[in-house]
Design a protein around this ligand. Structure first.
Ligand code: AMP
Ligand code: MG
Length: 406
């Protein structure tokens, strides 16, 4: 058996070493994509000193000798002003450039226009007031968005604000999935005796969808070697292939020999509970390249947990995400147990389904790896070292599902 940390340390460089293909797309289509090349601003934002108020652009020094001013020009937003004539003011509107020579704006509420058209002001201006300075938000040459960033609404808007309309992003990964089990039936179909519904596929679909990958699913594959080999052959053009079930060493478990017939298995048993057995390997393609393979256990909790802890970060790294963003171990937090766990596993570390409550972490009563409600009714996982007995009040390492699923 290999322990989880060793497996992660060996897997993640493989994911990072993949040089993903990139494509250039319009910013309208860039939401949720991962940036492959940093966006560098070619502009200062704002591009010129401008007024943040409707009012008058003035030269402060003029107030030493004058108390009434002629309006020498009118500057709406979007126009180019003349230099400000001495002893005069410029009528300006929010966003308008500040005329050369002006050093403050007085808001229109503080201005009185006489019958002669001259303007008097209620207060003396302070140098710089109501002026937004050139480059105060962004300066030309600045890295606006670094590569490896997933583009959300604010980031795309920021990119638009410097006039960039195309970005280079990583191509979407293609993930192939299938579930093995002659007992499985599709939701919506009646169950024959001994059948159960395929639920595993939907955990992955939901989580993969949130990762913005393309999904190619073969659905249910019966427990035969030839059907399993067929499925692998059909999907090995994908970047990653994931299966569930059939990874034990029973007569009805064909994933191991099927993978070995067209690739290699690098690891077989992982010392986690739930989670063992778990197959990690590669499928060879005809052109000599390979595709990554993860054979997850059939039990719904085991397959979900293995997906969250191993497969999801692996795919995220392949997408170009930074390691700090995907390493869920950095999101583990110390929390107090509000339960006892007196018979820990002596060979494997455990991931217990718990609820984070104001009283501390409470344990979902049924920790069986087949009980899917334990995932739904919990808020996260406790990572419990091998052989650790837990007593109420102990401090435990907890990771929230929100952090695992984001
Ligand atoms: P296996 O790993 O194939 O031995 O399956 C372990 C357990 O998980 C068995 O009880 C299976 O019926 C169940 N199982 C396997 N695949 C799925 C699936 N796709 N959805 C729900 N349960 C499954
Ligand atoms: Mg099976």
């Amino acid at each position: 058996m290999i322990d989880l940390d060793s497996l992660l340390s060996s897997l993640w460089p493989i994911a990072q070493a993949r040089v993903p293909d990139t494509e250039v797309i319009r910013i309208e289509d860039a939401f949720d994509r991962v940036l492959a090349k940093p966006v560098i601003s070619g502009l200062d934002v704002p591009g010129h000193d401008n007024t943040s108020m409707d009012g008058y652009a003035v030269r402060c020094a003029d107030f030493l000798s004058c108390s009434q001013f002629a309006v020498s020009q009118r500057v709406p937003a979007g126009s180019a002003p003349q230099p400000l004539e001495q002893g005069t003011v410029a009528r300006v509107f929010t966003g308008a450039p500040i005329p050369e020579g002006a050093d403050a704006v007085i808001m229109q509420e503080e201005a009185t226009v006489g019958e002669d058209g001259l303007v008097a002001f209620a207060n003396l201006p302070k140098s710089g007031q109501w002026i937004r300075r050139r480059g105060e938000d962004i300066v030309a040459g600045q890295v606006l968005v670094p590569s490896g960033t997933r583009l959300n609404a604010f980031k795309v808007s920021l990119i638009a604000s410097v006039g960039v309309h195309e970005v280079e992003v990583y191509k979407r990964l293609k993930v192939g999935v299938f579930v093995t089990g002659s007992e499985l039936q599709r939701p919506g179909q009646p169950l024959s005796p001994g059948q159960i519904y395929n639920s595993n596929e939907y955990v992955w679909r939901g989580l993969l969808r949130a990762m913005h990958v393309e999904i190619e699913s073969l659905g249910i594959v019966p427990d035969t070697l030839s059907a399993t080999c067929d499925a692998l052959r059909k999907l090995r053009g994908c970047d990653v292939v994931i299966s569930s079930g059939g990874v034990s060493v029973g007569e009805e478990d064909h994933v191991k020999p099927a993978v070995e017939s067209m690739g290699t298995l690098s690891s077989w048993k992982v010392a986690t509970k739930p989670g063992k057995p778990l197959a990690v390997g590669e499928l060879n393609r005809d052109d000599g390249s390979t595709c990554r393979f993860f054979g997850l256990p059939g039990n719904p909790v085991s397959s979900s947990v293995a997906f969250l802890l191993l497969v999801k970060p692996f795919i995220a790294l392949m997408q170009g995400h930074a390691l700090e963003a995907v390493d869920w171990r950095l999101r583990l937090r110390e929390k107090t147990a509000d339960f006892d766990w007196l018979r820990p596993d002596t060979r494997r570390e455990e991931f217990l389904r718990v609820r984070d409550t104001p009283q501390g972490l409470t344990l979902f009563p049924n920790q069986s790896s087949g009980v899917l409600t334990s995932m739904d009714q919990s808020t996260g996982l406790v990572r419990l070292p091998v052989g650790k007995v837990v007593r109420r009040g102990d401090s435990l390492s907890y990771v929230d599902f929100q952090d695992l699923m984001q």
